[in-house]
Design a protein around this ligand. Structure first.
Ligand SMILES: *Cc1c(COP(=O)(O)O)cnc(C)c1O
Length: 370
């Protein structure tokens, strides 16, 4: 007789559905979708999957959106064992609902899990969890131009135990939030503040993982940036304070006069899927694209000489945000109210055209969810 129990994670999970009994009425949903904002409203359901050391992943469910009940000793509250993802579902003209490169998000969640000593969810189960949620809440995907349903998968340690070790009980969840145009009144360039006092991540730390802790560390510098009239903070490397890394939640590109795009190389930044996609689109157009260390001095000199002609930030939520000015205690680069760069805007257009099905998906980046 074999005593080896099957490992549940080896098989695709089967999802149970408990429909919500108080789903919003159509009129209420339509009112929300007409002006969704960002991250303010949530759909009627959510995904929940449990993991224990003994049983692996199990109890995959779509349940009514609602509160998560946790013991006050749950380790996520104390030791921040938490990771997340962010991707969007887009309604296409053919009526289908698609998402963009979800296998990249699945793999990144797995890498984040390894770094935070959390269990890895398979790529198949990750994508299935999105499909399952969109299957019941598909009517929450708005159809106005440049709107989407933002999907937020996350994983937390739920074990009640104050000892310091990785949790033996974990929950994976997916919630979804309709998203309007990120920039009210069109894409407008943002100012960013160079933080020389704070870093978001250090060598050997969690900078390459998508985890709440990195965001917590960016909030104080972000507040200081607001006071300086800047929407975002730019962090430097923590070792030398010399090389540019990324913003609190977005990657950065510089565009040179000869058409070269440069984005920082570092072990302590998050490898953005938007960043990767932009590099591909730029290479397809014949641009030279470099991932390498970029010092703040290089940006300063290039901006002053006219060699660096555009700068932009990128991430799923905003897609591409043109940078108007880089401000710091000691210098300011770029002109106040500078218009968005031409290449910046044309790459943004091409990327969103692919995401919304207005251009052929030549790299096979889209996955149909419903
Ligand atoms: C999510 C995130 C990004 C952008 O990644 P995308 O995959 O493009 O959305 C960049 N930096 C940080 C710190 C992030 O958390």
């Amino acid at each position: 007789m074999t005593t080896t129990a099957p490992t549940p994670t080896q098989f695709p999970l089967a999802f149970a559905l408990t429909p919500s009994t108080d789903a919003r009425a159509e009129a209420e949903r339509e009112a929300i979708l007409a002006d969704p904002g960002f991250g303010k409203h949530f759909t009627d359901h959510m995904v929940q999957i449990e993991w224990t050391l003994a049983d692996g992943w199990h109890n995959a469910e779509v349940i009514p959106y609602g509160k998560i009940s946790l013991d006050p000793a749950a380790s996520v509250f104390h030791y921040a064992q938490e990771i997340f993802e962010g991707l969007k579902a887009y309604r296409h003209a053919d009526g289908g609902i698609y998402t963009f490169r979800p296998e990249m998000n699945a793999q990144r969640l797995q890498r984040s899990a390894v770094r935070l000593a959390l269990p890895e969810l398979s790529t198949a189960d990750f994508i299935e969890s999105l499909r399952q949620l969109v299957a019941v809440d598909g009517s929450w995907v708005p159809d106005a131009p440049e709107t989407s349903l933002y999907l937020r998968p996350f994983e937390i340690s739920t074990e009640s135990f104050l000892g310091v070790r990785s949790a033996q009980k974990v929950g994976y969840f997916v919630i979804a939030s309709p998203a309007g145009t990120y920039f009210a009144g069109g894409v407008s360039p943002v100012n960013i503040w160079l933080s020389t006092e704070y870093n978001r991540a250090g060598r050997g730390g969690m900078g390459a993982a998508k985890t709440g802790g990195n965001y917590a560390s960016s909030l104080l510098p972000q507040e200081l940036a607001y006071e300086k009239g800047c929407a975002q903070v730019l962090f430097l490397d923590s070792q030398e304070g010399k090389y540019i890394e990324e913003l609190g939640g977005m990657n950065l590109f510089l565009v040179y006069r000869d058409g070269t795009l440069v984005t920082p190389e570092s072990d302590s930044i998050l490898a953005g899927i938007t960043r990767d996609s932009i590099m591909q689109l730029a290479r397809d157009r014949g641009h030279n694209v470099e991932i390498r260390q970029v010092s703040i001095e290089e940006w300063k000199a290039g901006s002053e000489s006219g060699d660096i002609v555009e700068a932009f930030a990128c991430g799923t939520a905003a897609v591409i945000a043109p940078v108007a000015q880089l401000r710091s205690e000691h210098f300011t680069l770029g002109a106040a109210g500078a218009p968005a760069g031409e290449l910046t805007m044309s790459l943004r257009q091409e990327l969103t055209d692919i995401q919304y099905g207005r251009l052929p998906d030549k790299h096979g980046w889209l996955t149909r969810l419903a």
